[in-house]
Design a protein around this ligand. Structure first.
Ligand code: GLN
Length: 514
Protein backbone atom coordinates (compact mmCIF):
# COMPACT_ATOMS: atom_id res chain seq x y z
CA UNK A 1 0.00 0.00 0.00
CA UNK A 2 1.13 3.44 -0.84
CA UNK A 3 0.87 6.73 1.01
CA UNK A 4 -1.37 9.57 -0.11
CA UNK A 5 1.70 11.74 -0.69
CA UNK A 6 3.27 9.18 -3.04
CA UNK A 7 0.04 8.56 -4.93
CA UNK A 8 -0.49 12.29 -5.50
CA UNK A 9 3.12 12.76 -6.56
CA UNK A 10 2.92 9.95 -9.12
CA UNK A 11 -0.49 10.92 -10.45
CA UNK A 12 0.57 14.55 -10.86
CA UNK A 13 3.73 13.44 -12.65
CA UNK A 14 1.69 11.26 -15.00
CA UNK A 15 3.58 8.11 -13.97
CA UNK A 16 0.46 6.54 -12.44
CA UNK A 17 -3.17 6.82 -13.41
CA UNK A 18 -5.77 7.82 -10.81
CA UNK A 19 -8.07 5.20 -12.35
CA UNK A 20 -5.54 2.42 -11.71
CA UNK A 21 -4.97 3.57 -8.14
CA UNK A 22 -8.72 3.62 -7.60
CA UNK A 23 -9.24 0.08 -8.91
CA UNK A 24 -6.64 -1.25 -6.47
CA UNK A 25 -8.47 0.30 -3.54
CA UNK A 26 -11.93 -0.68 -4.80
CA UNK A 27 -10.57 -4.22 -5.17
CA UNK A 28 -9.54 -4.30 -1.53
CA UNK A 29 -12.88 -2.88 -0.44
CA UNK A 30 -14.66 -5.51 -2.52
CA UNK A 31 -12.53 -8.29 -1.08
CA UNK A 32 -12.59 -7.32 2.60
CA UNK A 33 -15.31 -4.85 3.50
CA UNK A 34 -17.74 -7.69 3.94
CA UNK A 35 -15.67 -8.62 7.02
CA UNK A 36 -14.88 -5.12 8.24
CA UNK A 37 -18.02 -3.12 7.39
CA UNK A 38 -16.17 0.18 7.29
CA UNK A 39 -18.58 1.59 4.71
CA UNK A 40 -22.26 2.44 4.71
CA UNK A 41 -22.04 3.35 1.04
CA UNK A 42 -19.34 2.65 -1.55
CA UNK A 43 -19.48 5.21 -4.36
CA UNK A 44 -17.60 3.16 -6.95
CA UNK A 45 -19.20 4.57 -10.11
CA UNK A 46 -18.92 8.18 -9.01
CA UNK A 47 -15.30 7.51 -8.01
CA UNK A 48 -14.50 6.02 -11.42
CA UNK A 49 -15.85 9.15 -13.11
CA UNK A 50 -13.85 11.40 -10.78
CA UNK A 51 -10.64 9.42 -11.32
CA UNK A 52 -11.15 9.53 -15.09
CA UNK A 53 -11.48 13.30 -15.03
CA UNK A 54 -8.28 13.57 -12.99
CA UNK A 55 -6.46 11.43 -15.52
CA UNK A 56 -7.85 13.62 -18.30
CA UNK A 57 -6.63 16.76 -16.52
CA UNK A 58 -3.11 15.33 -16.21
CA UNK A 59 -3.12 14.37 -19.89
CA UNK A 60 -4.09 17.93 -20.76
CA UNK A 61 -1.20 19.28 -18.72
CA UNK A 62 -3.33 20.58 -15.83
CA UNK A 63 -2.46 19.94 -12.17
CA UNK A 64 -5.33 18.22 -10.31
CA UNK A 65 -3.92 19.35 -6.94
CA UNK A 66 -2.02 18.08 -3.89
CA UNK A 67 -4.29 15.05 -3.44
CA UNK A 68 -4.41 14.11 -7.12
CA UNK A 69 -6.01 10.70 -7.43
CA UNK A 70 -5.94 9.91 -3.69
CA UNK A 71 -8.88 7.73 -2.64
CA UNK A 72 -10.64 9.19 0.41
CA UNK A 73 -13.44 7.99 2.68
CA UNK A 74 -15.81 10.39 4.44
CA UNK A 75 -17.57 9.74 7.72
CA UNK A 76 -21.26 9.39 7.02
CA UNK A 77 -22.13 12.56 8.97
CA UNK A 78 -20.38 14.75 6.37
CA UNK A 79 -22.77 16.04 3.74
CA UNK A 80 -22.13 14.77 0.23
CA UNK A 81 -24.34 16.12 -2.53
CA UNK A 82 -26.70 13.48 -3.89
CA UNK A 83 -25.02 10.72 -1.85
CA UNK A 84 -26.80 9.31 1.23
CA UNK A 85 -25.58 10.89 4.47
CA UNK A 86 -27.16 8.71 7.11
CA UNK A 87 -25.28 9.41 10.36
CA UNK A 88 -25.78 5.63 10.73
CA UNK A 89 -29.33 6.39 11.87
CA UNK A 90 -32.72 5.10 10.73
CA UNK A 91 -33.74 8.75 10.91
CA UNK A 92 -31.60 9.71 7.91
CA UNK A 93 -31.34 6.32 6.19
CA UNK A 94 -32.74 7.63 2.93
CA UNK A 95 -31.61 11.24 3.12
CA UNK A 96 -29.22 12.70 0.53
CA UNK A 97 -28.07 16.28 1.12
CA UNK A 98 -28.38 18.89 -1.62
CA UNK A 99 -24.84 20.19 -1.00
CA UNK A 100 -21.28 19.15 -0.13
CA UNK A 101 -19.67 19.94 3.22
CA UNK A 102 -16.85 22.48 2.90
CA UNK A 103 -14.28 19.78 3.71
CA UNK A 104 -15.70 17.52 1.00
CA UNK A 105 -15.45 20.37 -1.49
CA UNK A 106 -11.89 21.11 -0.37
CA UNK A 107 -10.74 17.49 -0.67
CA UNK A 108 -12.37 17.13 -4.07
CA UNK A 109 -10.91 20.42 -5.30
CA UNK A 110 -7.48 19.13 -4.24
CA UNK A 111 -7.91 16.08 -6.47
CA UNK A 112 -9.05 13.48 -3.92
CA UNK A 113 -11.47 10.79 -5.08
CA UNK A 114 -14.32 9.85 -2.70
CA UNK A 115 -14.68 6.07 -2.45
CA UNK A 116 -17.51 6.04 0.06
CA UNK A 117 -19.17 7.02 3.30
CA UNK A 118 -18.06 5.35 6.51
CA UNK A 119 -19.93 3.84 9.42
CA UNK A 120 -20.20 5.55 12.81
CA UNK A 121 -22.00 5.36 16.11
CA UNK A 122 -25.44 6.84 15.45
CA UNK A 123 -25.10 10.64 15.21
CA UNK A 124 -21.47 10.20 16.41
CA UNK A 125 -22.54 9.21 19.93
CA UNK A 126 -20.31 6.42 21.11
CA UNK A 127 -16.78 5.06 21.32
CA UNK A 128 -17.04 1.70 19.58
CA UNK A 129 -19.24 2.00 16.47
CA UNK A 130 -21.50 -0.57 18.15
CA UNK A 131 -24.27 2.05 18.22
CA UNK A 132 -24.62 2.21 14.43
CA UNK A 133 -28.14 1.41 13.28
CA UNK A 134 -26.56 -0.57 10.44
CA UNK A 135 -24.36 -2.90 12.51
CA UNK A 136 -20.86 -2.47 13.90
CA UNK A 137 -17.54 -2.00 12.15
CA UNK A 138 -14.81 -4.53 12.98
CA UNK A 139 -11.22 -3.73 13.87
CA UNK A 140 -8.83 -4.84 11.10
CA UNK A 141 -6.34 -5.91 13.79
CA UNK A 142 -8.82 -8.34 15.34
CA UNK A 143 -12.24 -8.91 13.85
CA UNK A 144 -13.64 -9.82 17.29
CA UNK A 145 -12.86 -6.32 18.54
CA UNK A 146 -14.23 -2.81 18.04
CA UNK A 147 -12.40 -0.22 15.94
CA UNK A 148 -13.30 2.48 18.48
CA UNK A 149 -15.69 5.27 17.69
CA UNK A 150 -17.53 7.15 16.80
CA UNK A 151 -15.54 7.45 13.56
CA UNK A 152 -14.80 3.70 13.61
CA UNK A 153 -15.57 3.22 9.93
CA UNK A 154 -13.09 5.90 8.85
CA UNK A 155 -10.36 4.52 11.10
CA UNK A 156 -10.95 0.94 10.00
CA UNK A 157 -11.01 2.00 6.34
CA UNK A 158 -7.53 3.49 6.60
CA UNK A 159 -6.15 0.64 8.73
CA UNK A 160 -7.55 -1.93 6.29
CA UNK A 161 -6.10 -0.17 3.25
CA UNK A 162 -9.49 0.78 1.79
CA UNK A 163 -8.33 4.40 1.44
CA UNK A 164 -5.07 6.11 2.37
CA UNK A 165 -7.04 9.03 3.83
CA UNK A 166 -10.34 9.44 5.63
CA UNK A 167 -12.12 12.26 7.41
CA UNK A 168 -13.99 11.96 10.68
CA UNK A 169 -15.42 14.21 13.35
CA UNK A 170 -14.28 14.56 16.95
CA UNK A 171 -16.64 15.86 19.62
CA UNK A 172 -15.12 14.06 22.60
CA UNK A 173 -12.45 11.89 21.02
CA UNK A 174 -14.11 10.32 17.99
CA UNK A 175 -11.11 10.79 15.70
CA UNK A 176 -8.27 10.20 18.15
CA UNK A 177 -9.65 7.17 20.01
CA UNK A 178 -10.47 5.05 16.92
CA UNK A 179 -7.14 6.10 15.39
CA UNK A 180 -5.41 4.74 18.51
CA UNK A 181 -7.38 1.48 18.46
CA UNK A 182 -6.69 0.92 14.76
CA UNK A 183 -2.98 1.77 14.84
CA UNK A 184 -3.17 4.89 12.68
CA UNK A 185 -2.79 8.68 13.01
CA UNK A 186 -5.80 10.88 13.78
CA UNK A 187 -5.95 14.64 14.29
CA UNK A 188 -8.51 16.80 16.05
CA UNK A 189 -7.62 20.31 14.90
CA UNK A 190 -8.12 23.49 16.93
CA UNK A 191 -11.82 24.31 17.20
CA UNK A 192 -12.44 26.67 14.27
CA UNK A 193 -9.39 25.61 12.23
CA UNK A 194 -11.57 23.50 9.93
CA UNK A 195 -15.02 24.52 8.75
CA UNK A 196 -17.96 22.57 10.20
CA UNK A 197 -20.25 23.63 7.35
CA UNK A 198 -21.96 20.46 6.19
CA UNK A 199 -21.07 18.39 9.26
CA UNK A 200 -24.30 17.10 10.79
CA UNK A 201 -24.24 18.72 14.24
CA UNK A 202 -23.93 16.68 17.43
CA UNK A 203 -22.57 19.16 20.02
CA UNK A 204 -21.70 22.28 18.05
CA UNK A 205 -19.31 23.86 20.55
CA UNK A 206 -17.14 20.71 20.50
CA UNK A 207 -17.54 19.21 17.00
CA UNK A 208 -14.46 19.43 14.81
CA UNK A 209 -13.56 17.62 11.58
CA UNK A 210 -10.13 16.09 11.09
CA UNK A 211 -8.10 13.54 9.11
CA UNK A 212 -7.10 9.90 9.54
CA UNK A 213 -3.97 8.59 7.81
CA UNK A 214 -1.45 5.80 8.06
CA UNK A 215 1.35 8.25 8.84
CA UNK A 216 1.89 11.75 10.20
CA UNK A 217 2.94 13.22 6.84
CA UNK A 218 -0.29 12.13 5.15
CA UNK A 219 -2.36 13.42 8.06
CA UNK A 220 -0.56 16.78 7.82
CA UNK A 221 -1.17 16.89 4.08
CA UNK A 222 -4.91 16.33 4.52
CA UNK A 223 -5.06 18.80 7.41
CA UNK A 224 -3.55 21.48 5.17
CA UNK A 225 -6.19 20.82 2.53
CA UNK A 226 -9.21 21.05 4.85
CA UNK A 227 -8.00 23.93 7.06
CA UNK A 228 -8.83 27.57 6.50
CA UNK A 229 -11.44 30.22 7.05
CA UNK A 230 -14.94 29.58 5.75
CA UNK A 231 -17.54 32.36 5.83
CA UNK A 232 -20.22 29.63 5.90
CA UNK A 233 -19.17 28.64 9.45
CA UNK A 234 -19.38 31.55 11.90
CA UNK A 235 -17.01 29.79 14.33
CA UNK A 236 -14.32 29.33 11.68
CA UNK A 237 -11.10 31.19 12.55
CA UNK A 238 -9.94 33.75 9.98
CA UNK A 239 -6.28 32.80 10.01
CA UNK A 240 -3.82 31.69 7.35
CA UNK A 241 -3.09 27.99 6.93
CA UNK A 242 0.50 27.22 7.97
CA UNK A 243 2.78 24.95 5.97
CA UNK A 244 2.12 21.85 8.08
CA UNK A 245 4.45 19.82 5.92
CA UNK A 246 7.41 21.99 6.89
CA UNK A 247 6.74 21.26 10.58
CA UNK A 248 7.47 17.56 10.17
CA UNK A 249 11.24 17.81 9.82
CA UNK A 250 11.84 20.47 12.41
CA UNK A 251 13.00 18.18 15.21
CA UNK A 252 12.19 18.46 18.90
CA UNK A 253 15.48 19.89 20.20
CA UNK A 254 14.70 22.45 22.84
CA UNK A 255 10.95 21.79 22.87
CA UNK A 256 9.38 21.41 26.30
CA UNK A 257 7.16 18.34 26.61
CA UNK A 258 4.88 17.87 29.63
CA UNK A 259 3.53 14.44 30.56
CA UNK A 260 0.07 14.93 32.09
CA UNK A 261 0.31 13.51 35.62
CA UNK A 262 -3.40 12.89 36.14
CA UNK A 263 -3.53 10.64 33.05
CA UNK A 264 -0.28 8.73 33.55
CA UNK A 265 -0.33 7.40 37.07
CA UNK A 266 0.84 10.54 38.82
CA UNK A 267 4.31 11.80 39.57
CA UNK A 268 5.77 15.11 40.67
CA UNK A 269 6.02 18.16 38.46
CA UNK A 270 9.44 18.94 37.11
CA UNK A 271 11.62 18.88 34.06
CA UNK A 272 14.37 16.48 33.15
CA UNK A 273 16.64 16.13 30.19
CA UNK A 274 17.03 12.70 28.75
CA UNK A 275 17.22 10.76 32.00
CA UNK A 276 14.60 8.46 33.39
CA UNK A 277 13.11 10.99 35.81
CA UNK A 278 10.06 11.33 33.57
CA UNK A 279 8.90 8.02 34.94
CA UNK A 280 8.36 9.87 38.17
CA UNK A 281 7.93 8.65 41.67
CA UNK A 282 4.94 6.83 43.14
CA UNK A 283 1.36 7.88 42.66
CA UNK A 284 1.23 9.54 46.08
CA UNK A 285 3.51 12.28 44.83
CA UNK A 286 1.11 13.43 42.15
CA UNK A 287 0.13 17.08 42.24
CA UNK A 288 -3.51 16.33 41.54
CA UNK A 289 -5.92 13.42 41.61
CA UNK A 290 -4.79 10.52 39.42
CA UNK A 291 -7.36 8.92 37.19
CA UNK A 292 -7.70 5.18 37.44
CA UNK A 293 -8.84 2.81 34.74
CA UNK A 294 -5.90 3.41 32.42
CA UNK A 295 -4.11 0.20 31.40
CA UNK A 296 -0.59 -0.05 32.81
CA UNK A 297 0.76 -1.02 29.40
CA UNK A 298 -0.78 2.06 27.82
CA UNK A 299 0.80 4.30 30.46
CA UNK A 300 4.10 2.52 29.93
CA UNK A 301 4.02 3.29 26.17
CA UNK A 302 3.34 6.97 26.90
CA UNK A 303 6.34 7.10 29.25
CA UNK A 304 8.48 5.37 26.62
CA UNK A 305 7.31 7.94 24.09
CA UNK A 306 8.34 10.70 26.50
CA UNK A 307 11.75 9.06 26.88
CA UNK A 308 12.11 8.88 23.10
CA UNK A 309 11.43 12.61 22.84
CA UNK A 310 13.97 13.30 25.58
CA UNK A 311 16.50 11.20 23.65
CA UNK A 312 15.75 13.32 20.59
CA UNK A 313 16.62 16.47 22.51
CA UNK A 314 13.36 17.67 24.09
CA UNK A 315 13.11 18.72 27.73
CA UNK A 316 10.58 16.39 29.24
CA UNK A 317 8.79 16.88 32.52
CA UNK A 318 5.61 16.10 34.37
CA UNK A 319 2.80 18.56 34.57
CA UNK A 320 -0.43 18.62 36.51
CA UNK A 321 -3.63 19.65 34.71
CA UNK A 322 -6.07 19.13 37.60
CA UNK A 323 -9.32 19.90 35.73
CA UNK A 324 -8.87 16.94 33.38
CA UNK A 325 -10.27 14.75 36.13
CA UNK A 326 -13.65 16.52 35.80
CA UNK A 327 -13.69 16.57 32.01
CA UNK A 328 -15.87 13.53 31.53
CA UNK A 329 -18.58 14.79 33.90
CA UNK A 330 -18.69 18.24 32.34
CA UNK A 331 -18.73 16.85 28.80
CA UNK A 332 -21.59 14.45 29.51
CA UNK A 333 -23.73 17.40 30.59
CA UNK A 334 -22.79 19.96 27.94
CA UNK A 335 -22.64 17.60 24.93
CA UNK A 336 -26.08 16.03 25.54
CA UNK A 337 -27.50 19.51 26.23
CA UNK A 338 -26.33 20.69 22.83
CA UNK A 339 -27.39 17.42 21.20
CA UNK A 340 -30.91 17.68 22.61
CA UNK A 341 -31.23 21.03 20.89
CA UNK A 342 -29.50 20.03 17.63
CA UNK A 343 -31.52 16.84 17.23
CA UNK A 344 -34.85 18.64 17.73
CA UNK A 345 -34.84 19.24 13.97
CA UNK A 346 -35.59 15.57 13.25
CA UNK A 347 -39.31 15.82 13.70
CA UNK A 348 -40.60 14.11 10.58
CA UNK A 349 -41.28 17.38 8.77
CA UNK A 350 -38.02 18.46 7.24
CA UNK A 351 -35.51 15.62 7.08
CA UNK A 352 -35.52 11.91 6.55
CA UNK A 353 -37.93 9.58 8.27
CA UNK A 354 -41.61 10.32 8.84
CA UNK A 355 -44.00 7.99 10.65
CA UNK A 356 -47.55 9.23 10.19
CA UNK A 357 -49.81 9.84 13.19
CA UNK A 358 -53.29 11.16 13.93
CA UNK A 359 -51.96 14.70 14.40
CA UNK A 360 -48.65 16.54 14.13
CA UNK A 361 -47.66 15.86 17.69
CA UNK A 362 -48.22 12.15 17.33
CA UNK A 363 -46.33 12.16 14.01
CA UNK A 364 -43.38 13.87 15.75
CA UNK A 365 -43.45 11.37 18.59
CA UNK A 366 -43.75 8.26 16.44
CA UNK A 367 -41.05 9.49 14.06
CA UNK A 368 -38.57 10.14 16.85
CA UNK A 369 -39.41 6.89 18.60
CA UNK A 370 -38.77 4.87 15.43
CA UNK A 371 -35.91 6.94 14.03
CA UNK A 372 -33.52 7.24 16.99
CA UNK A 373 -31.62 4.40 18.66
CA UNK A 374 -31.40 3.94 22.43
CA UNK A 375 -28.12 5.80 22.97
CA UNK A 376 -29.35 8.83 21.04
CA UNK A 377 -32.61 8.83 23.03
CA UNK A 378 -30.65 8.60 26.28
CA UNK A 379 -28.53 11.61 25.30
CA UNK A 380 -31.58 13.66 24.32
CA UNK A 381 -33.24 12.92 27.65
CA UNK A 382 -30.06 13.65 29.59
CA UNK A 383 -29.60 16.94 27.75
CA UNK A 384 -33.20 18.01 28.12
CA UNK A 385 -32.99 17.30 31.84
CA UNK A 386 -29.72 19.21 32.25
CA UNK A 387 -31.24 22.25 30.56
CA UNK A 388 -34.58 22.20 32.37
CA UNK A 389 -35.57 25.05 34.71
CA UNK A 390 -34.48 24.34 38.25
CA UNK A 391 -31.57 22.14 37.20
CA UNK A 392 -29.89 24.44 34.70
CA UNK A 393 -27.53 26.11 37.20
CA UNK A 394 -26.77 22.96 39.14
CA UNK A 395 -25.82 20.94 36.07
CA UNK A 396 -25.32 22.87 32.85
CA UNK A 397 -24.04 26.01 34.58
CA UNK A 398 -21.60 24.08 36.72
CA UNK A 399 -20.35 22.10 33.75
CA UNK A 400 -19.65 25.33 31.89
CA UNK A 401 -17.59 26.52 34.84
CA UNK A 402 -15.57 23.31 34.70
CA UNK A 403 -15.03 24.04 31.04
CA UNK A 404 -13.55 27.43 31.97
CA UNK A 405 -11.36 25.78 34.60
CA UNK A 406 -10.10 23.30 32.02
CA UNK A 407 -9.03 26.16 29.75
CA UNK A 408 -7.32 27.87 32.68
CA UNK A 409 -5.44 24.71 33.72
CA UNK A 410 -4.27 24.08 30.16
CA UNK A 411 -3.14 27.71 29.82
CA UNK A 412 -1.11 27.30 33.00
CA UNK A 413 0.46 24.09 31.67
CA UNK A 414 1.33 25.74 28.36
CA UNK A 415 3.13 28.53 30.20
CA UNK A 416 5.78 25.90 31.01
CA UNK A 417 5.43 23.40 28.16
CA UNK A 418 5.09 23.59 24.37
CA UNK A 419 3.14 20.35 24.08
CA UNK A 420 1.63 17.80 26.45
CA UNK A 421 1.60 14.02 26.27
CA UNK A 422 -0.98 11.52 27.53
CA UNK A 423 -2.60 8.27 26.48
CA UNK A 424 -5.22 8.65 23.74
CA UNK A 425 -7.39 5.77 24.90
CA UNK A 426 -7.18 4.18 28.36
CA UNK A 427 -7.15 0.74 26.75
CA UNK A 428 -6.45 -1.10 23.52
CA UNK A 429 -9.27 -2.27 21.24
CA UNK A 430 -11.86 -4.14 23.30
CA UNK A 431 -14.21 -6.98 22.38
CA UNK A 432 -17.74 -6.41 21.13
CA UNK A 433 -20.12 -6.09 24.07
CA UNK A 434 -17.29 -5.75 26.58
CA UNK A 435 -18.19 -2.17 27.52
CA UNK A 436 -21.94 -2.52 27.43
CA UNK A 437 -22.82 -0.28 30.34
CA UNK A 438 -22.78 3.39 29.35
CA UNK A 439 -20.40 4.61 32.08
CA UNK A 440 -17.74 2.09 31.07
CA UNK A 441 -18.11 3.21 27.47
CA UNK A 442 -18.00 6.91 28.39
CA UNK A 443 -14.70 6.33 30.22
CA UNK A 444 -13.07 5.60 26.84
CA UNK A 445 -12.96 9.37 26.39
CA UNK A 446 -11.27 10.34 29.65
CA UNK A 447 -8.05 11.43 27.98
CA UNK A 448 -9.50 12.97 24.82
CA UNK A 449 -12.40 15.06 26.16
CA UNK A 450 -10.28 17.75 27.89
CA UNK A 451 -9.09 19.16 24.55
CA UNK A 452 -12.65 19.28 23.26
CA UNK A 453 -13.58 21.30 26.34
CA UNK A 454 -10.65 23.67 25.76
CA UNK A 455 -10.91 23.72 21.95
CA UNK A 456 -7.19 23.02 21.65
CA UNK A 457 -5.72 20.67 19.01
CA UNK A 458 -4.69 17.11 19.86
CA UNK A 459 -3.73 14.05 17.87
CA UNK A 460 -3.04 10.36 18.29
CA UNK A 461 0.14 8.69 17.04
CA UNK A 462 0.69 4.92 17.18
CA UNK A 463 3.41 4.01 19.66
CA UNK A 464 3.92 0.31 20.20
CA UNK A 465 1.43 -2.23 21.42
CA UNK A 466 -0.36 -3.27 24.60
CA UNK A 467 -2.41 -6.32 25.55
CA UNK A 468 -2.77 -8.97 22.78
CA UNK A 469 -0.20 -7.06 20.70
CA UNK A 470 -2.87 -4.51 19.84
CA UNK A 471 -1.88 -0.93 18.89
CA UNK A 472 -1.51 1.81 21.49
CA UNK A 473 -1.88 5.50 20.62
CA UNK A 474 -0.03 8.32 22.34
CA UNK A 475 -1.84 11.66 22.44
CA UNK A 476 0.05 14.86 21.65
CA UNK A 477 -1.77 17.99 22.85
CA UNK A 478 -0.93 21.58 21.92
CA UNK A 479 -2.30 25.05 22.64
CA UNK A 480 -4.85 26.65 20.28
CA UNK A 481 -3.51 26.94 16.72
CA UNK A 482 -0.39 25.04 17.81
CA UNK A 483 -0.79 22.31 15.18
CA UNK A 484 2.69 22.87 13.77
CA UNK A 485 4.49 22.10 17.04
CA UNK A 486 2.08 19.22 17.63
CA UNK A 487 3.02 17.77 14.23
CA UNK A 488 6.73 18.27 14.86
CA UNK A 489 6.45 16.18 18.01
CA UNK A 490 4.18 13.61 16.36
CA UNK A 491 6.67 13.14 13.53
CA UNK A 492 9.48 12.62 16.04
CA UNK A 493 7.39 10.04 17.89
CA UNK A 494 6.65 8.26 14.65
CA UNK A 495 10.37 8.03 13.86
CA UNK A 496 11.02 6.49 17.30
CA UNK A 497 7.98 4.17 17.40
CA UNK A 498 8.46 0.41 17.22
CA UNK A 499 6.92 -1.09 14.05
CA UNK A 500 3.33 -2.31 14.39
CA UNK A 501 2.30 -5.85 13.53
CA UNK A 502 0.27 -6.31 10.33
CA UNK A 503 -3.49 -6.15 10.82
CA UNK A 504 -5.04 -9.63 11.05
CA UNK A 505 -7.37 -8.81 8.19
CA UNK A 506 -4.50 -7.92 5.86
CA UNK A 507 -2.24 -10.83 6.84
CA UNK A 508 -1.82 -13.00 3.80
CA UNK A 509 -3.55 -10.38 1.68
CA UNK A 510 -2.21 -10.57 -1.82
CA UNK A 511 -4.70 -8.26 -3.47
CA UNK A 512 -3.69 -4.73 -4.31
CA UNK A 513 -0.05 -4.00 -3.67
CA UNK A 514 -0.46 -0.34 -4.55
N1 GLN B 1 -17.56 8.99 22.68
C1 GLN B 1 -17.96 10.34 22.89
C2 GLN B 1 -19.47 10.43 22.93
O1 GLN B 1 -20.07 9.43 22.87
C3 GLN B 1 -17.39 11.24 21.84
C4 GLN B 1 -18.05 11.09 20.54
C5 GLN B 1 -17.48 11.99 19.50
O2 GLN B 1 -16.38 12.51 19.63
N2 GLN B 1 -18.27 12.21 18.47
O3 GLN B 1 -20.04 11.45 23.04
Amino acid sequence: MSTASLIARDVRAGSRRASDVLEEYLGRIEAHDGDIHAFNTVTAEQARAAAASIDAAVEQGRDPGPLAGVPVAFKDNLCTRGVPTTCSSRMLETWSPPYDATVVQAMTAAGAVMVGKTNLDEFAMGSSTEHSAFGPTRNPYDLARVPGGSSGGSAAAVAAGFAPLALGSDTGGSIRQPAALCGIVGIKPTYGRVSRYGLVAFASSFDQIGPFAADVADAALALGVISGHDPADSTSIPTAVPDFDAALERGVEGLRVGVVSELTGGGRNGVSNGDSATRGPAIGDAAGEVLGGIDAEVTERVLEAADALADAGASVGRVSVPAVTYGLTAYYLIAPAEASSNLARYDGTRYGLRVDGADVEEMNRLTRRAGFGDEVKARIMLGTFALSAGYYDAYYGKAQRVRMLTRRDFDAAYADFDVLLSPTSPCVAFRFGERSDPMTMYRCDTCTIPSNLSGDPAMSVPFGTGAQSLPVGVQVLAPALGEETMLTVAAALERAAPPLPTPQMAAGDTSGGA
